[in-house]
Design a protein around this ligand. Structure first.
Ligand SMILES: [Zn+2]
Length: 118
């Protein structure tokens, strides 16, 4: 795998910043719907179950979103420290194609699939 160039890092940094902003907006918007359903709200039993289900889904997707946001912020820090683009496990270049799809990825594809299997 080839090391990424400074120009590619510049492109990825913009991508990361855009994704960060997008996730922050999503998290901001879903804050209300992830609040626990109030028991004294005057809604019927079915709509309460519906509301609970919506709330649980909102909580789950917010968890995924904030995890990704954290990884993206870590990636930005790695760019600042000039440590971006190499796998944190094997220290091999992650590769531009992979980073373009998942710029927050701290591992190369080989290490990532190895950790997912185990
Ligand atoms: Zn690796």
């Amino acid at each position: 795998m080839e090391e990424i160039t400074a120009e590619q890092i510049g492109t990825l940094r913009v991508l990361i910043q855009l994704s960060c902003a997008e996730l922050q907006a999503l998290l901001e918007n879903s804050r209300a719907s992830s609040k626990p359903v109030a028991l004294d709200e005057p809604i019927g039993r079915l709509s309460r179950m519906d509301a609970l289900q919506h709330q649980q889904m909102a909580v789950a997707s917010r968890q995924i979103q904030s995890q990704r946001l954290q990884l993206l912020r870590n990636a930005l820090k790695a760019i600042e420290r000039d440590e971006y683009g190499n796998c944190r496990r094997c220290e091999e270049p992650i590769g531009y194609q992979r980073l373009k799809v998942r710029p927050e990825s701290p591992f190369c594809l080989a290490c990532q699939s190895r950790s997912e299997r185990s």
